[in-house]
Structure formats: structure tokens, C-alpha cells
Ligand binder design. Structure first.
Ligand code: PLP
Length: 399
């Protein structure tokens, strides 16, 4: 039943018409501009979640709007019987960004992170091995293959049995990884930073050790950079600092700034494992999504947004420190913090009342993944109300 266009009416219409997979929406949003969004009642919010690390250029960015509009006016969709230049140019660009040697890699385009991972999982099967090693605390998506690699019991258990021969080891534990990987292991899949778990970092040498261990056993090293890639941490890829060359990198989220796209980037010999008929998708590599991703990349380069992410990220992390905050972690504009009480949902709710969107990813953890265009002034605007948000949330206490 239609009961109106304000938030209350729309919430009711949502409840009446959408599957309840996400719980009730926190807000009904109507429009956005830069790092701000407005709800259906006209209230403004500083969006420090950016569509969960997706809206790299914020909302309504002219470069993204122009690229999508122009491409749609030129050629909107063709299917994968045909190629288009934006798709080819994007594949070339992504190979360069992950550091492929010329001719030393290949890309498969999908529409989301879970699909990028699904393609990577199928690629690992083409090694002739099935054993996979994933990390506790991992999140790789919700399709059955990606879910098989996702550690969280609440997500997995309702759908078991899941495909695969997957073993989980403690995130960051190189000794446990060395024990788990054998000559039968197809791949080790690792997030360089675990975003959904609350922005959790492995020990500094872990990726390098993971590379050594996989190489010793002829297994692939697959890095899931769906959340951490494309400039989120102040470098194109979060694994760059480790100096490691992976075999497979999966990307999505911020890649096209909000237009759905995912990419499975394979380097070296494994890049030819998937052949004709092995995998496919109707929309993947669509010219509009590809043009959007190219515009996002060009804008990040032109406007120095990697440096901006590093600079504004530092400012935010310094300003988030508080006597009730036991740890602030992060790199670039992927930031997590731990509270000394399980009041993260209250903190997020009170923040919304103060016109700020942030995310309670566990009962004690808050995550920020704002647009890479966030300015120091806009970050300060939030930091000025941060102590008041904590005061009110702690006064309300856990529900
Ligand atoms: C590391 C990682 N991999 C995969 C996914 C799944 O991506 P999508 O939601 O686009 O399917 C996510 C989403 O949060 C993620 O953080």
C-alpha cells in the first residue's frame, strides 16, 4: 500500500515490499552531493560510510555523472559477444594498477565483490586442486562459493553444506598458515585488511610470509581487495606496502564509485586458467560501468585523492581518540575503532541524530569509510561533535 513519500511512509512501503534481508533501513535517503546525503524528510547527513567504501568520489560527482551519461548516450550495453573500448581500457588500467608486467595478466569483469570472488574461486579450481585456505574473521561475499570462504558462522550455517574444501586459520598467523598449506592447496585467500571484521590488520610481515608459503607449495595467493583496493587506504592497493606480488586480486566496491562492477585480476600463469565456456556474465564489463570506473580512476589521479585519503585519514584517526575508545586503527580512509563498552549501535544511532553516518560493524566496533574526496574541514565538522556523540550514546547505554 502506498502511504506517502516521507521517511515514515517509505519505511512502511519498504517493509511491505522488500525481503527482510537487511533489517529495517536506518534511513531512507533521497539525494546526495559530495560527502553529504539528505533523507526523505530533508535532513542532511555527513556520509562517513560512503555506501560502505563505495562512493569514492562522494555523491553526484560531475566527472562520474558525465562519464556515465556520455557513455550511455553513446553505447549502453552490448553483451559479452562483443567488446567495447572502455572495457579494454579499464582492464589495461587495472593490470597497470596491480603492477602486472606488460602482457603478464588478464581481467574478468563481474558486477560485485562476491561475483569477483566467485570467478576467482572457479579460477582456482582450474589448477586441478580443490583445497583452499581462508582466514578466520574473513568476509568474501554471499554467493555460495564466496560464502564458503567467509568465516562468520551466522552467515554460513543457514546455508550449509557449502561448496569446497575450505580450511580456516587465524588471521595473521603465519605458522598456522604454513601448517595448513600443502602441495594439494589450490589457493590461500586473504584480505590485506579485514574490513567487515572492523578494520583488522595482520602483522606487518604476514602477506610476505603468505607469499613465501604459497610459492613453496605451488598454491595461488589470492588477495581480496574488494574493500581495501582502489585508493581506499591511500595507495591503489592495500597490499602495495608489503611488496608482495599476488596471483589474483579481486576488486569491486569503490572501483566505479557506485556503479556496480567487480573485477578479478589474475597475474602470471594463472591468468589463462579460465578459458572459453568456463565462466561468464551478461553485464560484466558493461561499457557504462567500465566508463564509470575509468572516470573514478582518472579523478583519483588528477585530484590527488590518494594523498588526500592519507592526510584526512590521519586527521580523523587523531581526532577519534577518546578515553572511551580503546583503539583507533586504519590506513587512509578505512578506519576502525574499538569502544570500551558494547554501545556501537547507540553511537551510530546518536551520530545520525547529529547528522553523521557511520557504521557499527560489531557491538563494540565503529567503522568509517568516507568518500576519498572528504576534506579536512568536513572531517573537522564531524570531530567537533564526536565527544558529544559518545557522551549521549554512553548515557543511553546498551539496549
Ligand atoms: C573483502 C570483501 N570481499 C567481498 C565483499 C562482497 O562484495 P559485494 O557486497 O559487492 O558482493 C565485501 C563486501 O563487503 C568485502 O568487504
Amino acid at each position: 500500500m502506498t502511504t506517502g513519500g516521507g521517511s515514515t511512509g517509505l519505511q512502511q512501503r519498504y517493509a511491505d515490499s522488500l525481503m527482510n534481508t537487511f533489517g529495517p533501513p536506518k534511513l531512507v535517503l533521497a539525494r546526495g552531493e559530495g560527502p553529504y546525503v539528505w533523507d526523505a524528510d530533508g535532513n542532511r547527513y555527513l556520509d562517513l560510510l560512503g555506501g560502505i567504501a563505495v562512493n569514492a568520489l562522494g555523491h553526484n560527482h560531475p566527472a562520474l555523472v558525465a562519464a556515465v551519461t556520455t557513455q550511455l548516450q553513446t553505447l549502453g550495453h552490448v553483451s559479452n559477444f562483443f567488446a567495447t573500448e572502455p572495457q579494454i581500457a579499464l582492464a589495461e588500467k587495472l593490470l597497470a594498477l596491480v603492477g602486472a608486467e606488460p602482457g603478464g595478466g588478464k581481467v574478468f569483469f563481474a558486477n560485485s565483490g562476491t561475483e569477483a570472488n566467485e570467478a576467482a574461486l572457479k579460477l582456482t579450481r582450474r589448477t586441478g586442486r580443490t583445497h583452499l585456505v581462508a582466514m578466520r574473521g574473513s568476509f568474501h561475499g554471499r554467493t555460495m562459493g564466496a560464502l564458503a570462504l567467509t568465516a562468520k558462522a551466522a552467515y554460513r550455517e543457514p546455508f550449509e553444506p557449502l561448496p569446497g574444501d575450505v580450511e580456516f586459520v587465524a588471521y595473521g598467523d603465519a605458522e598456522a598458515l604454513a601448517d595448513a598449506v600443502t602441495d594439494e592447496t589450490a589457493a590461500v585467500v586473504v584480505e590485506p585488511v579485514q574490513g567487515e571484521a572492523g578494520v583488522v590488520f595482520p602483522p606487518e610481515e604476514f602477506l610476505r610470509r603468505a607469499r613465501e608459503i604459497t610459492s613453496e607449495h605451488g598454491a595461488l595467493l589470492w588477495l581480496d581487495e574488494v574493500q581495501t583496493g582502489m585508493g581506499r587506504t591511500g595507495s591503489w592497493m592495500a597490499h602495495e606496502a608489503s611488496g608482495v606480488t599476488p596471483d589474483v586480486v579481486t576488486l569491486a566496491k569503490g572501483l566505479a564509485g557506485g556503479i556496480p562492477v567487480g573485477a578479478t585480476v589474475a597475474l602470471g600463469d594463472c591468468s589463462t586458467l579460465l578459458g572459453p565456456g568456463n565462466h561468464g556474465t551478461t553485464f560484466g564489463g558493461n561499457p557504462v560501468a567500465s566508463a564509470a570506473a575509468l572516470a573514478v580512476i582518472e579523478t583519483i589521479e588528477r585530484d590527488g585523492l590518494l594523498d588526500n585519503a592519507t592526510k584526512v585519514g590521519e586527521l580523523l584517526r587523531d581526532g577519534l581518540v577518546d578515553r572511551r575508545v580503546t583503539e583507533v586503527r586504519g590506513r587512509g580512509l578505512l578506519i576502525g575503532l574499538d569502544l570500551d563498552r558494547a554501545v556501537a549501535p547507540q553511537v551510530a544511532a546518536v551520530a545520525r541524530r547529529h547528522g553523521v553516518i557511520l557504521n557499527d560493524c560489531t557491538p563494540e566496533r565503529i567503522r568509517l569509510a568516507p568518500p576519498l574526496v572528504l576534506t579536512a574541514e568536513q572531517a573537522e565538522e564531524f570531530l567537533a561533535v564526536w565527544p558529544a556523540i559518545l557522551d549521549e550514546a554512553y548515557a543511553e547505554g546498551p539496549a
